[in-house]
Design a protein around this ligand. Structure first.
Ligand code: IVH
Length: 379
């Protein structure tokens, strides 16, 4: 069983604590998007974001522009290649109860119970859009701020699962996640150390750093997992029409048929189920396999499979309403608080930082934690 584990929202008592929380969240989001080591793990970030959202709901006129709540994926560096369709993020649930509430709200939007869900792993990497023109991979773009992303086409030949040429000469955009498998991560660090560099803290940082690095003396492989297939300007009208109407699961098998790597060949392939109960059961099966997977996942994504249901559900500005990320509990470790540093932040706010005895959590070495969490620690 997966325990119910909605992380409690961080408690934000006043405008000063709110400003401090926004500053911490913005710093963590910027570090995350830049591929550096984020000072907050996923759960801590979610707690902070929930606390921020709760405070903003009560004080809508005082929302700060830096707040992560209105931005795609907490805000990202703006890139220079516009996306044809925004690359959205996903809303999260943390328990079977929250998941059931989501399926109920989905049914309300669609006007009836949804009877087909695709359930698959949430890959812990970086979202990219890969553009194929007449079957040839011409451009690779990061998500960026969701509207425009950075051109990382220089990495094209280093990504396994993203073929240079598709099995058919079609013009399409494949979206998915680039990550390093555990083996690729270990290899990347060996090569990096041999070249006199510092090892990456975890596979996600390694993939982010490698994807963006332009002029390295060496290349190390990464892996792509596709989770989206869409038309581009120039796509044949019949194919574009078909892509609009295909169930999600069939779009994914079409992508696999074109030669794109998906979760299909892994121990946790995406499966189609018919009820919310079956979806939760599949979530639990995938969660149970997490520790032995050769790549990192940070949750399970559940999607309405049928095109008509997805259309009826629609999308918000941040996330589609037809899909949800069922987040898995972060791995917890206990360490010692060595001291608290009191730093003055950019806006003049004092931001306490807990200096911790270094502890390795899922490949990342954690040495400090930020403000709101420290406030909790100190009671
Ligand atoms: S579907 C948002 N499926 O998680 C449009 N996303 O935290 C539909 N992600 O932005 C996305 N694995 O980059 C989808 N199997 C999967 C995924 C997945 C990882 C990423 C994606 C998304 C982010 C949200």
């Amino acid at each position: 069983m997966i325990p119910s584990m909605t992380p409690p929202a961080a408690v934000i008592a006043d405008a000063t604590a709110y400003a401090r929380a926004v500053e911490d969240a913005a710093r963590a989001a910027a570090a995350y998007c830049a591929g550096g080591s984020s000072p907050l793990d996923d759960d801590a970030y979610d707690r902070l974001a929930r606390g921020i959202a709760a405070w903003e709901a009560a004080h809508p006129e005082e929302v700060l522009p830096d707040s992560p709540t209105g931005k795609v994926a907490g805000g990202a560096a703006e890139g220079d290649v516009p996306h044809t369709v925004p690359m959205l993020s996903l809303d999260n649930v943390f328990s079977p109860e929250e998941f059931t509430a989501w399926t109920a709200s989905l049914a309300r939007r669609v006007g009836r119970e949804v009877g087909r869900f695709a359930v698959g792993p949430k890959l812990d990497g970086l979202a990219v859009a890969a553009r194929y023109h007449e079957g040839r991979l011409t451009r690779l773009i990061t998500r960026g701020d969701g509207t425009a992303g950075e051109d990382v086409s220089h990495a094209i030949n280093t990504v396994e699962g993203l073929p240079g040429t598709l099995t058919e000469p079609v013009t399409v955009e494949v979206r998915g996640e680039i990550l390093m498998t555990t083996a690729q991560f270990e290899h990347a660090n060996e090569v990096r150390i041999r070249h006199g560099g510092q090892p990456f803290a975890n596979p996600r940082n390694a993939a982010a750093g490698t994807l963006r690095a332009k002029e390295r003396a060496y290349t190390v492989p990464m892996t792509f997992f596709g989770y989206g297939l869409l038309a581009l300007p120039g796509t044949d009208a019949a194919l574009a029409g078909r892509l609009e109407e295909l169930p999600y699961s069939e779009a994914m098998s079409t992508a696999a048929g074109l030669g794109v790597h998906t979760s299909a060949g892994t121990a946790v392939p995406e499966v189609v189920v018919e009820t919310a109960g079956q979806a939760v059961a599949r979530v639990q099966e995938i969660a149970a396999l997490r520790a032995e997977l050769p790549f990192g996942i940070d949750g399970i994504v559940v999607k309405a499979d049928l095109a008509a249901d997805r259309r009826a559900a629609g999308s918000g500005s941040r996330a589609p309403r037809w899909a949800i990320a069922y987040k898995l509990p972060a791995v917890e470790k206990i360490t010692r608080l060595l001291e608290v540093e009191w730093n003055v932040g950019r806006t003049g706010i004092i931001a306490p930082r807990a200096v911790l005895e270094p502890v390795v959590v899922e490949g990342s070495t954690i040495t400090s934690e930020f403000a709101v969490l420290v406030a909790d620690l100190l009671g």
